[in-house]
Design a protein around this ligand. Structure first.
Ligand SMILES: C[S@@+](CC[C@H](N)C(=O)[O-])C[C@H]1O[C@@H](n2cnc3c(N)ncnc32)[C@H](O)[C@@H]1O
Length: 208
């Protein structure tokens, strides 16, 4: 049975009841997945279509789907149960806070951020999840040699991410290896033949 972790305001946590934080320590991942294996994160996982397909394709990896809507977390849990994927877990949490405040450095092999809410209106753009500080956190949380994959249908969002990532030493732009399972939103956009933007960045092998 795949158990989601509770989402609570960090301000309300006490050291005794802080179970989320415990899970987010490097050793804690083994507690969540009951085994040691590379961690792959799908952040803002939606209905978990990508995460479940990726977990199925890579039983040797631990796939963590992070989503802030509880109903979608439950959907991912059901998929893990029905498709017998003990290597897929769902975390009910804000993924930017997870990376910024509760993740160990060099703890993830891959980070996928697929079609984050685009907030296209200029006055709403400060609400976008992928911003400079969060990119810093992504780089810190990746293992050396690990990669970050970002996809969006919003050209402006992609341009901002591209330029912020280019300022980070130790983050190298790579060709998209392709061949990944599609996410729910990707399927929708591709069926309409909408242009998609984004790419893959790899953390330098010698990076911290
Ligand atoms: C447009 S959907 C894309 C879902 C999925 N990645 C896909 O490609 O089908 C964006 C998802 O990110 C979730 N989300 C937005 N901000 C989030 C945050 N800070 N932490 C976790 N999930 C978030 C939303 O609830 C929504 O399910």
């Amino acid at each position: 049975m795949c158990e989601s972790l509770k989402m609570r305001s960090p301000a309300l946590w006490t050291p005794e009841e802080d179970e989320t934080k415990r899970f987010l320590q490097p050793k804690g991942w083994e507690g969540v997945f009951l085994r040691r294996a590379p961690i792959v994160c799908d952040l803002g996982a939606g209905n978990g279509r990508f995460a479940a397909a990726y977990a199925e394709l890579h039983p040797e990896w631990n796939v963590l789907a992070v989503e802030r809507k509880l109903q979608r977390v439950r959907q991912i849990e059901r998929a893990a149960e029905l498709r017998r994927l003990p290597n897929l877990k769902a975390l009910w949490f804000g993924w930017d806070d997870l990376l910024l405040f509760y993740s160990a450095p060099a703890s993830c092999r891959e980070i996928h951020v697929l079609f984050p809410d685009p907030w296209p209106k200029r006055r709403h753009q400060s609400r976008r999840t992928v911003r400079a500080g969060v990119l810093d956190a992504i780089l810190r949380v990746l293992e050396p040699g690990g990669f970050f994959r970002f996809l969006t249908d919003d050209a402006g969002y992609a341009a901002v991410v591209e330029s912020a990532a280019s300022l980070l030493p130790g983050f190298e732009r790579r060709e998209d290896p392709r061949g990944f399972p599609t996410s729910h939103f990707e399927t929708i956009f591709r069926s309409k033949e909408d242009p998609l933007y984004g790419g893959v960045w790899q953390k330098a092998e010698g990076g911290d």
